[in-house]
Design a protein around this ligand. Structure first.
Ligand code: BYC
Ligand code: FE
Ligand code: FE
Length: 470
């Protein structure tokens, strides 16, 4: 396939020459960004990848060896329902919009740009990980996630180009210019500037940060702006795999640690090349607290506006009974003179917190699964989520200190507890010291259990990534 091949799509791109030209101009810029900031190395390797060739359920089962730069980054929206009506907020009952309502243009653009910015950011954060993959199975999963995050960027850039004219084209260019972690041109949201250069962090990121993606995309899939709803709905099918990588990745690390504990001298897992469970707990504390931040402030007039204007609903808004959310209230604990006091806020202003509740419950479920794996291996350690107030720098709890149970504490107490709660430099150093590549089919690094089964119709010992023929 040629480098500048036509763009796979189900939006009838061929009949909209202006849009097609705009996207074809952006495509080489995307490919140079991918070359510069995408996975470091392995670009000429054959990777056993799944490619979306249509939005039909069977359009998904397509696996083949593909070189990453030849991945077919396409534009796919779930099919349109021409009779669709807006089902929440102040525009409830009106036909869903297929053009941007003038007065919502700025707000909508901002939501789309924020969503879009996270996609290339995550690829940048993960770019060096191929070199230290604990197996070819894991390396392949990493690259699958990377190419799909690239496609998510395409999905959002399509909306910017089609519906936002020149402003949209400028935003699309800027999306390729910001850089994760660069102090001069950082990515928009903080978690997307964190370092994710060891595999424990990668699994934490796909567990906790991609899961924010799931809930944000699900909220946008309710949108009254139909092209956004249809684009994000399709992105969710890809997101499920990213979450699988994170949740099962952590489970495999945890299981291995519990196994090693039994044989290690004095139960010291580090001495036998594993990651001890207390260190895993600290990584959970860090990545959970960073990712809950992505839901925005607890009390937010932005969130109220997104809901009122029918641009962003709640999780499964279509299954709720009160889609106006006008008379209801929500209880939030706020800090007053050093004590937590319950306050009522109008429900619409609490929409970020409402979405965060769904997210936290989903994370609790995963922790139960990991604890089950520990118990199965005969271990007794119990992992847990820190309280959502712990370690916050956005929203009403920022500027105050809380312990992992959510109790208010002093700065001194926090500093004294810090290395017990969050990864210390020594902890990170230990994790990094284990990151040596295992690139032989069927072999897995010592610190992680092999998966139960392979992926894409292959076994655990398949050659998922294959070097160029010599
Ligand atoms: N870091 O009213 P507030 C994904 C800003 S992940 C830095 O509290 P709002 C993915 C905020 O922008 C999903 N800044 O918040 C995962 C605002 O700025 P201004 C991404 C932050 O607006 C893994 C100010 O603080 N999608 O897809 O109600 C791999 C106060 O705002 C942060 C979306 O986020 C932060 N953490 O809610 C790949 C969906 N949080 O106005 C991909 C679109 C807030 O003072 N975005 N701020 O300049 C939104 O819906 C909202 O913008 C947010 C924030 C939920 C993010
Ligand atoms: Fe994504
Ligand atoms: Fe994702």
């Amino acid at each position: 396939m040629s480098r500048f091949s036509s763009i796979p799509n189900n939006v009838d791109l061929e009949s909209d020459k202006r849009l097609q030209r705009a996207l074809e101009q952006w495509q080489p810029d995307f490919l140079s960004w991918w070359t510069e900031m995408g996975p470091d190395g392995f670009q000429q390797h054959d990777v056993w990848l799944r490619t979306a060739i249509s939005v039909e359920p069977n359009g998904w089962a397509h696996y083949d060896y593909v070189k990453m730069p030849d991945y077919r980054w396409g534009i796919f929206l779930v099919p349109q329902d021409k009779d669709r009506k807006i089902h929440f907020g102040d525009n409830i009952g009106r036909p869903a919009w297929n053009e941007v309502p003038g007065e919502l243009r700025g707000t909508l653009r901002r939501i789309i740009v924020t969503q879009a910015d996270t996609e290339p950011a995550s690829v940048e954060q993960q770019r060096a990980l191929g070199h230290t993959a604990p197996s070819l199975y894991d390396m392949r999963n990493l690259f699958q996630v990377n190419v799909e995050e690239g496609r998510h960027l395409w999905a959002m850039v399509h909306l910017l180009h089609q519906y936002f004219g020149r402003d949209g084209r400028e935003e699309a260019e800027e999306l390729l210019q910001r850089r994760s972690g660069n102090p001069d041109k950082p990515r928009i949201l903080r978690t997307f500037n964190e370092r994710t250069d060891d595999w424990l962090s990668f699994f934490m990121f796909t567990m906790f940060t991609d899961r924010d993606g799931k809930y944000q995309l699900a909220a946008l899939a309710q949108s009254g702006f139909d092209p956004l709803a249809r684009a994000t709905q399709f992105m969710l099918t890809e997101e499920a795999f990213h979450l699988f990588v994170g949740e099962t990745g952590i489970e495999r690390v945890v299981r291995r640690s519990a196994q090693l504990e039994k044989s290690a001298p004095a139960g010291d897992v580090r001495k036998v090349g594993g990651i001890d469970l207390p260190t895993i707990q600290k990584y959970i504390n860090f990545w959970f607290s960073s990712s809950v931040e992505l839901f925005g402030g607890e009390v937010s007039s932005n969130a109220a506006e997104y809901f009122a204007t029918s641009l962003k609903g709640r999780y499964r808004e279509d299954q709720k009974s009160d889609n106006l959310a006008l008379d209801a209230a929500y209880d939030i604990d706020v800090l007053e003179a050093g004590r937590l006091v319950r306050q009522q806020v109008p429900l619409r202003n609490a929409m970020n917190e409402v979405l965060r509740d769904e997210y936290v419950a989903d994370c609790e479920r995963a922790v139960r699964r990991w604890n089950k794996a520990i118990a199965e291996e005969g271990g007794t350690f119990e992992l847990r989520l820190p309280h959502r107030r712990f370690n916050r720098s956005m929203g009403i709890y920022s500027g105050h200190r809380f312990d992992v149970d959510g109790n208010p504490i002093s700065d001194e107490q926090f500093e004294a507890g810090r290395d017990g709660w969050l990864p210390s430099e020594a902890d990170r150093e230990h994790v990094r010291s284990l990151m040596t590549p295992v690139h032989e089919p069927g072999k897995y690094a010592n610190w992680i259990a092999p998966p139960n089964k392979g992926v894409g119709g292959q076994g655990v010992d398949f050659e998922y990534v294959r070097g160029p023929a010599a």
